[in-house]
Design a protein around this ligand. Structure first.
Ligand code: ASP
Length: 330
């Protein structure tokens, strides 16, 4: 390298550094949307849920503050929620009709459009880490079932016995669902339980990522795959928009919810919040579905939109203000 080229390089780096340091970072999480009422949530349970959301938020935000990529931040946050028994992802996943657990997860990086997903895995402790591995270490986007588990084993990812995911609360919910319907159902009826988890992040480079992980829906038929691992339905990110969804997955698949929100921003120039509201508050309920999304744009503008009584959520805005919420704002 010539001396002048080296000097130019140094100058460019010096110019770039302050921009990067002041570039906005932001993170939004959800822990599922559903039909729970404030009366049904004890103060102890609420405190435990909020504490886990805050731990997940900090795990992801610490990485963003260090200048790490949005992808790493969403994976870190979702991993904390998968390990918490309070959410329907990883430990604490809902039961299928035949008394097992089948987990779905996906991650997408906006600026590269790289994506990885896993469906119907039964023994992978952190499905979101396997989804990331599919994206980074395979030529594929989605792996399912035993093939996905073999891939996890080949990479040394943690495998557990299927009953590791059991919790008493989910067993009771499953038994209640079975008493109402003798057939497998992937429909919520009057009760759908909170718990799918997701994250969207903006990093210092201005890149976005989205990640979602779930046990699916209580009493679902084995082999049923929801919206969560389907890129565009429950999880999506592009250069300007990232979305993670939760809700009655069949409707989110049919409406391609996450990609539709980003397409409205991209092609119509809609504001993110308007796009999310049009899809979640109008199109999903019009077909008979319910649920919510978290979404983030390149400027760090965020929306947490849901048509259910509540959605567990947590956020850190570009100005550093943060919070958690469950029900609608009073
Ligand atoms: N969307 C998930 C599914 O249908 C469930 C949920 O978000 O509660 O599998």
């Amino acid at each position: 390298m010539t001396r002048s080229a080296a000097l130019l390089g140094t100058l460019l780096l010096a110019l770039a550094a302050p921009v990067a340091a002041s570039a906005p970072i932001a993170l939004v999480l959800h822990g599922g949307a559903g039909t729970l009422t404030p009366e049904a949530l004890s103060p102890e349970k609420e405190a435990a849920l909020r504490a886990d959301l805050e731990r997940a938020l900090e795990a992801g935000h610490a990485l963003l503050r260090e200048g790490r990529p949005a992808r790493e931040a969403v994976i870190a946050a979702v991993t904390v929620l998968e390990d918490s028994p309070h959410f329907n992802a990883g430990k604490g996943a809902v039961f299928t009709f035949d008394g097992g657990h089948e987990l779905d997860a996906a991650v997408m990086e906006g600026h590269t459009r790289r994506a990885g997903a896993v469906a119907a895995v039964r023994r992978v402790r952190n499905p979101i880490r396997l989804a990331e591995a599919v994206m980074l270490h395979s030529p594929h986007v989605m792996l399912s079932g035993e093939g996905a588990e073999q891939f996890a084993a080949s990479l040394g990812l943690a495998l557990v016995e299927p009953d590791w995911f059991d919790t008493e609360l989910r067993r009771q919910q499953w038994q209640k669902a079975r008493s109402v319907s003798a057939a497998p159902r992937a429909a919520p009826g009057a009760e759908r339980y909170f718990g799918t988890v997701g994250a969207v992040a903006l990093d210092r480079e201005g890149h976005l990522a989205a990640a979602t992980s779930t046990g699916g829906m209580t009493n679902k038929r084995w082999g049923r795959i929801g919206d969560t691992p389907i890129i565009g339905a429950g999880t999506f990110a592009d250069e300007a928009c990232a979305v993670s969804a939760t809700g009655w997955g069949e409707f989110f698949i049919r409406l391609n919810v996450a990609a539709d929100i980003c397409a409205r921003v991209r092609y119509r120039g809609d504001r993110l919040v308007d796009a999310a509201e049009e899809v979640v508050l109008r199109r999903v309920p019009e077909l008979g579905g319910d649920g919510g999304v978290i979404a983030l744009d390149r400027e760090g503008r965020m929306t947490m939109t849901f048509n259910t009584p509540g959605m567990y959520r947590a956020w850190v805005r570009p100005d550093g203000t943060r919070g958690t919420a469950i029900f609608r704002d009073p």
